[in-house]
Write a protein that binds this ligand. Structure first.
Ligand code: SF4
Length: 566
């Protein structure tokens, strides 16, 4: 092992504060892998929670690994060494289990790169007795695991708090009996919430649509997603803190899971059920045990927490710094803004998502313009000079007037914010507009919807950008429409999309080039409205959101689009 790799690992570890240490003498060796760079992976609370859960299991030692940066990657390639774990710098191929924590489709290619750099066969069917078991969990496992189904031996489908202990108990039992690899997988497949993709064969009709997923073993027709109904008993907080994290040395604390609002483009309301708020006692216990004096409250509806104000006041009262994920504009209060300002927060993020009320009603985020202006006013009043606005471009039934509305709403917010910004007479309001092409997500009412073509999205983004060229204090950022196409393909793709990832990796091609070279039919995958009764690849997973209810939301959106002409 080149000394530079060892040094890299020692440096990263020496900068961490940890409340969990793997038991290096435990016999069952697992490596938990985040398929992106260290700074991104270590910032993920889900990854850290999985690290704690694996290490809490009897006889288990769980280490970590990440996507190497370009320097380390070229070092590995030149030296012929395999990718190694962080803690003991052991090659990944020597572990019994490689567990990927997967939250984003765009990390799929990194996952394959990690397998390649570890010398592990890419396809599960190519792995033999000596290969580690390649498992995956995280949001992807229940949103749509199919594009990577050929590469993963086992998916853990659902919340990890109960699933990981159950899975590891069975693994340990089978392992102690010296079961062969195929027997071990069969033992694990009998557990609820465990999906073995190779036990199912997709069947397509002549037009390429999925007809069925046929079982080739004795397994249920669909795999149930595992849920926990109350997060309070589970201490989901940072167990590692480092300045090298993308969020800095903030100690994250999970406040809630799920969301009550049901925005039609967002999977959170539909896939995390029931909505669960952590008890105040549980939150405060975690804050008392935090690794640093910077607390980041995490959750999709944190301001809806019944004791949110009290918790924030307590954090402020203890002299701790406070950071928050984005809050809904209709949950912001004067008092709360003052706390944010006192705790050193200089930017408030507001996500109107759409410029017009018409569009906000269609997507089921009907926050009135007055409420958005009030949020800007409160930020200004509190002396917070920077406001970040999130918009989605290319939403279903979007019209030119909706794009104009993004421009107008931004200007109104800017003027309003400036008027109330009284921190110092010279303070200038600074607005960042973030434009994100719409990506229809599985398990949401817009899962049936066609994508808008990138050329059209690009024009809309250019129009908005041009409008602000002369407006001082407004900066526009946008996500590439071409990349959004790749994301959409991976997001709603089926098992056949795995060949795109494989081709990209083997030929070192950019995704757009690989799509072209493989002749992937984007009209089929993206630019068509899907049939009302079409079977989706992700329906191999059984969730609590019934198709009929999701479909009703889609019909409602379409009715609104017909009524609200804009
Ligand atoms: S966009 Fe935000 S408010 Fe809407 S459902 Fe998703 S998490 Fe909830």
């Amino acid at each position: 092992m080149p000394w530079r790799l060892r040094k890299y690992s020692e440096q990263a570890l020496s900068r961490e504060k940890r409340s969990v240490e793997p038991n290096l003498s435990a016999p069952i060796k697992i490596v938990l892998v985040y398929p992106n760079l260290y700074k991104t992976g270590v910032a993920s609370l889900g990854f850290q929670v999985a690290y704690r859960l694996f290490n809490e299991q009897k006889d288990v030692c769980c280490e970590r690994a990440f996507l190497p940066d370009s320097k380390i990657k070229s070092l590995l390639e030149k030296s012929g060494n395999e990718l190694c774990s962080l803690e003991t710098v052991s090659p990944l191929s020597t572990f019994f289990i490689i567990a990927f924590s997967l939250s984003f489709e765009m990390d799929f290619i990194n996952m394959l790169e990690i397998l390649r750099l570890s010398g592990i066969p890419l396809f599960s069917r190519q792995r033999g007795e000596d290969s580690p078991l390649v498992i995956a969990g995280g949001a992807i496992s229940f949103l749509n695991p199919e594009p990577i189904a050929d590469f993963i031996d086992i998916f853990l489908v659902g919340d990890g708090e109960e699933l990981i202990p159950k899975f590891m108990r069975q693994f340990t039992e089978s392992f102690c009996k010296n079961r062969r690899r195929d027997e071990l997988i069969a033992d694990l497949s009998r557990l609820e919430n465990v999906y073995v993709p190779s036990y199912y064969d997709p069947v397509y009709d002549g037009g390429g649509r999925l007809l069925s997923m046929t079982q080739n073993r004795e397994v249920p027709a669909r795999v149930k997603r595992g849920y926990i109904s109350d997060i309070s008993p589970y201490p989901n907080q940072s167990v590692i803190s480092t300045k090298n994290s993308a969020f800095g040395d903030v100690s994250l604390v999970e406040m809630n899971r799920g969301c009550p609002y049901g925005c039609r483009f967002c999977a959170i309301s539909y896939s995390y059920r029931p909505l669960s708020f952590r008890s105040r006692e549980s939150v405060e216990r975690m804050i008392a045990e935090s690794l640093t004096d910077k607390i980041g409250l995490v959750g999709s509806a944190i301001a809806d927490h019944p004791q949110f104000d009290m918790i924030c006041k307590n954090i402020a009262g203890q002299g701790l710094d406070l950071g928050l994920a984005s809050l809904r504009a209709d949950r912001l209060t004067r008092e709360f803004m003052a706390i944010l300002h006192d705790r050193g927060i200089r930017t408030v993020t507001i996500a109107p998502e759409a410029g017009s009320m018409r569009m906000r009603r269609i997507i089921n985020k009907p926050i009135a313009e007055e409420t958005l202006l009030l949020a800007a006013q409160l930020a200004g009043d509190a002396g917070i000079a920077m406001v970040k606005l999130y918009f989605i471009v290319g939403l279903p039934w979007e019209k030119e007037s909706d794009i104009d509305a993004i421009i107008n709403l931004t200007r109104n917010i800017k003027n309003h914010h400036q008027r109330y910004l009284k921190f110092s007479p010279k303070s200038r309001s600074r607005i960042t507009v973030s434009l994100n092409p719409f990506v229809p997500k599985p398990q949401t009412p817009f899962q049936w919807r066609a994508n808008e073509r990138p050329q059209s999205i690009r024009k809309k983004i250019e129009r908005i950008t041009r409008a602000f060229r002369r407006d001082g204090g407004v900066r526009v950022q946008s996500y590439s429409p071409r990349e959004a196409i790749v994301q959409s393909l991976l997001s709603r793709g089926d098992r056949r999309i795995g060949k795109l990832l494989h081709h990209q990796l083997i030929h070192g091609e950019k995704p757009q080039t690989a799509i072209k070279n493989l002749g992937i039919d984007l009209d089929f995958y993206l630019y068509r409205e899907r049939e009302p009764d079409e079977l989706f690849p992700w329906e191999i997973i059984e969730t609590k959101s019934q198709r009929e209810i999701i479909r009703r939301h889609y019909r409602k959106a379409r009715e609104l689009a017909q009524i609200l002409l804009g």
